[in-house]
Design a protein around this ligand. Structure first.
Ligand code: NAD
Length: 497
């Protein structure tokens, strides 16, 4: 299936040719040192990709800085037209991108296709936003001048993305930044560089000018990012990943007062109230928990169920969990492997700690034998919540169900976390839905639904889950800065001089 050519500039995967170099200043650089990309479903190396270093980081920043002024001068229509061309190129490569995503991330093909469709929609959304940016005009408070408020691109940006949604994360960020008129350096996750490469290749083929988009793969993320962040010509860092790394990047950003947006970890409480439609809640909880083998920032982390319906919910949830088919994403499965052997080993420790703290194991709880990094979909019931474990981002196909005795207790427990990304609420009562969702301290609340990413929605969190939003009307403004022009007007001027 995999053909590695010598000193390869590209790799052939299921008939799709994927560049493996760094993309800087409009060209794929000759490949020097490399690192391996592993298929988590087989444990096999599927590609060797270029391992970028500090010199590459500097080169990419130079390219972005040099390209910035011309790029921001493109008219909105010209930029939007280029986006539409890029969207068409992406659509023509849907199969290649989805299949390569399966190979390096392990997710089932249907999920990869879904992620592709959503990412392409985001790109289209930004294409449409480019031509719809408006400013305001007002009279100075006491006359004498006019207040014209407009927006300008922030400037060169560093975009750092994780492996769990290898296309969506880069398309959502780069789409907004490029639409705003910023030149970008994207830094892929080392586990999933190939999907990023296909995305960047599509932008290249659509005609994005040299230097406007750059891509670096590396095993040494910290060295790359600190090299770039030290340079005051970098004007923005936009990061998606863990809260710890986000905090490190914010400290680095402080040195040059660099603009920063952070999409960080989550601890999604999934609250099922007494009057919920239980079949719907179970079906949505299965998707919300086990999509991407639970490795999602918005995954249901704590399933909090009113005791009046807990028996029915748990019975049906366990039944459906046991029915999930686990295996290679190219076969008919509901769930693939976790991303790595380390991640799977972490699950063993996590499940043991939960058992030690009094959790009851209702399904799964073991590794699945085989060459890949498979783990059984797992359900645990917890009545004595260890506060530390209850607040840990599981990031795993491990569901934890917590019974509670009232709506008040459910909301209090849901809020008892340092995170604030996504929460979910299941109830048939519209007033409960509104009042409870207003009390939930999260950036997003899914009401009677377990999936909510959408180009039209402002995606993001509060507290330790981040700063800023991606998508919706707000997304593009993360990469724009307000600019105010004060224009003197002599209020006494008559029309006829
Ligand atoms: P991670 O923080 O380890 O890595 C994310 C990215 O940062 C990767 O590209 C990695 O190479 C890079 N990185 C790691 N250390 C770095 C450093 N010191 N300096 C600069 N870059 C560095 O996270 P992960 O394991 O790849 O992803 C999982 C995490 O991402 C989870 O916490 C998850 O909740 C979060 N996430 C959040 C969102 C969101 O939108 N809020 C979306 C997806 C994932």
């Amino acid at each position: 299936m995999t053909v590695l050519t010598t000193a390869a500039q590209s790799v052939k995967l299921r008939e799709h040719t994927v560049p493996v170099g760094l993309y800087i200043d409009g060209a794929w650089k000759p490949v020097g040192p490399t690192f391996a990309v592993i298929n988590p479903a087989t444990g096999e190396t599927i590609a060797e990709v270029a391992d970028g270093g500090a010199d590459d980081a500097r080169e990419a920043l130079e390219a972005a800085v040099a390209a910035q002024d011309d790029w921001r001068a493109w008219t909105p229509r010209a930029r939007a037209n280029l986006f539409h061309r890029a969207h068409a190129v992406l659509m023509s490569r849907a199969d290649a991108i989805a299949e390569v995503m399966v190979l390096e991330s392990g997710k089932p093909l249907a999920e990869a296709r879904g992620e592709f469709a959503l990412s392409a929609d985001f790109f289209l959304w930004y294409a449409e936003q480019i031509a719809h940016l408006h400013g305001t005009f007002a009279q100075g408070s006491n006359g004498g001048y006019r207040v014209v408020a407009t927006h300008q691109p922030v400037g060169p940006c560093l975009l750092i993305t994780p492996w769990n949604f290898p296309l969506l994360m880069i398309a959502r960020k780069a789409g907004a930044a490029l639409a705003a008129g910023c030149a970008v350096i994207t830094k892929s996750a080392k586990e999933t560089p190939l999907t990023s490469a296909l995305f960047i290749e599509a932008l290249h083929d659509a005609g994005f000018p040299a230097g406007v988009v750059n891509l670096i793969h590396t095993q040494s993320s910290a060295a790359i990012s600190s090299t770039i962040m030290r340079d005051p010509r970098l004007r923005k860092v936009s990061f998606t990943g863990s809260t710890g790394v986000g905090s490190t990047l914010l400290k680095q950003a402080a040195a040059n007062i660099t603009n920063a947006s952070m999409e960080l970890g989550g601890d999604g409480p999934f609250v099922v109230l007494e009057d919920a439609d239980i079949d719907l809640a179970v079906q949505q909880a299965i998707v919300c928990k086990f999509r991407n083998a639970g490795q999602a920032c918005v995954a249901a982390n704590r399933i909090i169920v009113h005791s009046a319906v807990e028996e029915e919910f748990t019975r049906k949830f366990v039944e459906q969990t046991r029915a999930l088919r686990v295996g290679d994403g190219f076969t008919s499965v509901d769930m693939g492997p976790v991303i790595s052997g380390d991640q799977r080993a972490r699950l063993g420790t996590l499940v043991s700690s939960l058992l030690d703290s009094g959790a009851e194991l209702l399904a799964g709880g073991h590794e699945i034998d085989g060459p890949g990094f498979f783990y059984e979909p797992t359900v645990m019931r917890i009545t004595r919540a260890d506060p530390e474990l209850a607040n840990e981002e599981l990031f795993a196909p491990v569901a934890t169900i917590y019974p509670v005795d009232s709506t008040e207790e459910a909301i209090r427990f849901a809020n008892d976390t340092g995170y604030g990304l996504a929460a979910y609420l299941f109830t048939e009562d519209i007033s409960s839905a509104i009042v409870a969702s207003e009390r939930l301290e999260f950036g997003m609340v899914g009401i009677n639904r377990g999936i909510m990413a959408d180009p039209a929605a402002p995606f993001g969190g509060i507290k330790a889950s981040g700063l800023g939003r991606e998508g919706g009307h707000d997304g593009i403004y993360e990469f724009l800065e307000p600019k105010y022009l004060a224009i003197t007007v002599d209020e006494t001027t008559g029309l006829d001089r």
